[in-house]
Design a protein around this ligand. Structure first.
Ligand SMILES: NC(=O)c1ccc[n+]([C@@H]2O[C@H](COP(=O)([O-])OP(=O)(O)OC[C@H]3O[C@@H](n4cnc5c(N)ncnc54)[C@H](OP(=O)(O)O)[C@@H]3O)[C@@H](O)[C@H]2O)c1
Length: 331
């Protein structure tokens, strides 16, 4: 595994991190807790020491599973990344979206990052993760109802108390990052980035490079479609919201699979899978510190982690980029 320094922090994280959204089950049609715990431990054993979770992933479930999985692992051998700012137990803040939990109960998610709320959320996460510090604490989505300076006051307090080691943001525009930087050393921005979703290249990437902010690329496999396994008629579990997303159906899916077939020979030449090629390409893009790859089981973890040790030539990257340019999806 390759380890990379995250922005201006003193954190060294694995280039491929374990993304713990799917194991929370919510929006992924449920999850198998036993498999999930084994997957996390396999990731750590294979050098994928960085784990990214959030309270909202299964409404506490993902953090609890991560906490159980790491119980017997020396704490300084792993890096725990979690988030705050999405609450499902308050009406404060800004309505984000209405959904249902894994048991079919109605849930209203609010974007809220008031000072007291951030402190409370941190205590809740520490308890669920069964740890006394979080390596990277990230706002999950911007809360338009709270001044960024107020949110960052809480973050500063948590840094001083040693409850968090470093501060990051997610889904942040560059002007929000600049605002946050006035109060706290923001070391990372976690944003969507994949072969199919490259909009951050316009502004977030150059801005992050200039400010020495690490980018954590989320959904680098575009939630699984970039593994090549999703064919027309694929049966998703009930409650898996991918069934309704434009990447997973119709003409888009046909085009994505044709593109993947086009780059398959590059993977096969290396004895690699499509998922590995996609993840390695992601890691090679300017400004990207880490690919957060979601996984539900040991096989997926093993597959994904091997990506870090592949090598890609300039000619191969050029070929892949040509394929991406000609994709022309209807999103
Ligand atoms: N900050 C944010 O707002 C935000 C938003 C999204 C994600 N994230 C973070 O980024 C992480 C990764 O993103 P993601 O989970 O959305 O998507 P992803 O990493 O692009 O895709 C993960 C899914 O693809 C499938 N998969 C993964 N590896 C595979 C393999 N080798 N072979 C076959 N299938 C494989 C699995 O689902 P199936 O087995 O069900 O197909 C897995 O759950 C999340 O877990 C989370 O930590 C953050």
């Amino acid at each position: 595994m390759e380890y990379r320094k995250l922005g201006s922090s003193d954190l060294e994280i694995s280039a491929i991190a374990f993304g713990a959204w799917a194991i929370g089950g919510w929006l992924w049609g449920g999850a198998d807790e036993n498999e999930a715990q084994k997957a996390i431990r396999a990731s750590i054993d294979l050098g994928g020491t960085t784990i990214d979770t959030a309270p909202v992933y299964g409404f506490g479930v993902s953090e609890i599973i991560v906490g159980k999985a790491i119980e017997s692992v020396p704490r300084d051998k792993i890096q725990l990344l979690t988030k705050y700012g999405l609450r499902w137990d308050t009406e404060k803040g800004v309505a984000f979206f209405a959904t249902q939990d894994n048991n079919g109960n109605d849930i209203n998610i609010q974007k809220f990052a008031g000072k007291d709320s951030v402190i409370k959320e941190c205590e809740d996460s520490l308890r669920r993760l069964k740890t006394d510090y979080i390596d990277l604490y990230q706002i999950h989505w911007h809360d338009e109802s709270t001044p960024i300076s107020e949110t960052m006051e809480a973050v500063e307090q948590l840094l001083k108390e040693g409850k968090i080691r470093a501060a990051g943001v997610c889904n942040y525009q560059t002007d929000w990052v600049d605002e946050a930087l006035k109060s706290v050393n923001i070391v990372s921005n976690q944003v969507p980035y994949s072969m199919l979703r490259k909009d951050i290249e316009k502004d977030v990437v150059p801005h992050s490079l200039e400010k020495n902010i690490g980018i954590l690329a989320y959904s680098p496999l575009q939630r699984g479609v970039l593994t090549g396994k999703i064919k027309s008629g694929y049966k998703f579990n009930e409650g898996d919201n991918r069934a309704d997303l434009p990447y997973f159906k119709g003409e888009n899916l046909t085009k994505i699979n044709a593109f993947l077939e086009g780059i398959r020979p590059i993977a096969e030449d290396k004895g690699a899978t499509i998922a590995q090629l996609v993840l390695k390409w992601t890691l090679e893009q300017p400004g990207i510190t880490c690919a957060l790859a979601g996984a539900r089981n040991i096989q997926q973890v093993e597959d994904n982690l091997k990506a870090a040790s592949l090598s890609l030539s300039e000619e191969e990257k050029f070929q892949i980029n040509q394929g991406i340019k000609s994709l022309n999806l209807d999103l």
